[in-house]
Ligand binder design. Sequence first.
Ligand code: NAD
Length: 345
Amino acid sequence: MGKLKIGIIGGGGIAQAAHIANYKKHADRVELVAIADVNEQTLRYNTEAHGFAHTFTDYNDMFAQVELDAVSVCTPNKFHAPAAIAALRAGCHVLCEKPPAMTAAEAVEMELAAEASGKILAYGFNNRYKGRAQYIKRFIDNGEIGDIYAGRVTAMRRNGIPGGVFVNKELQGGGPLIDIGVHMLDLALWYMNFPKPVQVMGATYQELGTKPFETVPTPWDYRNYTVEDLAMGMVRFENGATLLIESSFIVHMPNHTNNTVLLHGTKGGCDFKTGAVFQNKFGTVVDITAPKLPDPDSHQLQLEAFIDALEGKGEMLSTPRQGVIVQQILEALYRSAETGEAVNV
Ligand SMILES: NC(=O)c1ccc[n+]([C@@H]2O[C@H](COP(=O)([O-])OP(=O)(O)OC[C@H]3O[C@@H](n4cnc5c(N)ncnc54)[C@H](O)[C@@H]3O)[C@@H](O)[C@H]2O)c1
């Protein structure tokens, strides 16, 4: 088998740190052939640093002119769906960064394009590849938690507004919920085996992101801050389970960050942050903790799983349908926040 020909769409931060860097570790199996980015300077940098033979400012030209086996989609969220669909139609496998898209309808279109092409469409839900995530999943899969009937998704930063496009609603679709909340929401849904969401209630706030912050430099432009800074919500699933969601870029709270999924099941509970499992055993309550859990680079493991899958040696953990369910919840929460009503999915 010759080397797989790889293209990159969007050559910014995550493309360089998590995709290009990890493809390069497998230069015997994959070849970085082409890159598309609207920014000429980014194209120049990537060509010099990584030796791409072909560069394009429009990914459609890339597909018209270069034959590729697979692409990583690493653009702002607005372009995930059109770029991934163009790639699938061009016969490429796709690893698309999170969130899947801007809307549930886009995620459905992506799923349909994947089905029509017969190619892989996987999403950058790299947290699933973390040591703690896998460890908890093994407890769940072995019945140690029982039926999960409730939980809480937390992706909270005290003072962590990113710069760049991440405060731009037009390009990103929203703020912390769609950017960081999506990681923990995906993890919770994966643990719960992706039950069907039926109703979502939510509220979003923009209390601090639009103002200058007194104590630290502000890397973001508060005058052009158009996303929420805090999102709160609750999802009810067809099987009766419920999930609370909280996600912030900036909020007054005791710790700097708090990212976790806390789940309650009929036989036990679990907390992603600490990797702890909670049970009742032999007449007492016990916490099961591992003295040392592996902490591999989840981006690298995800990319290696992608290369394996391209070579027919394994499957990606995420599916296009799961992407649709994640997106349905995000969209419903934002809609509920806008309307002030619970939204049926
Ligand atoms: N999985 C993770 O942990 C993780 C971490 C960071 C970012 N991300 C995701 O990756 C995506 C990109 O984030 P980033 O931090 O790399 O942003 P970035 O701004 O550093 O890079 C985005 C790049 O896309 C380019 N671009 C914009 N529009 C384009 C288009 N139409 N066609 C081609 N290129 C285009 C920009 O010029 C830029 O170079 C986002 O969707 C984000 O949610 C995921």
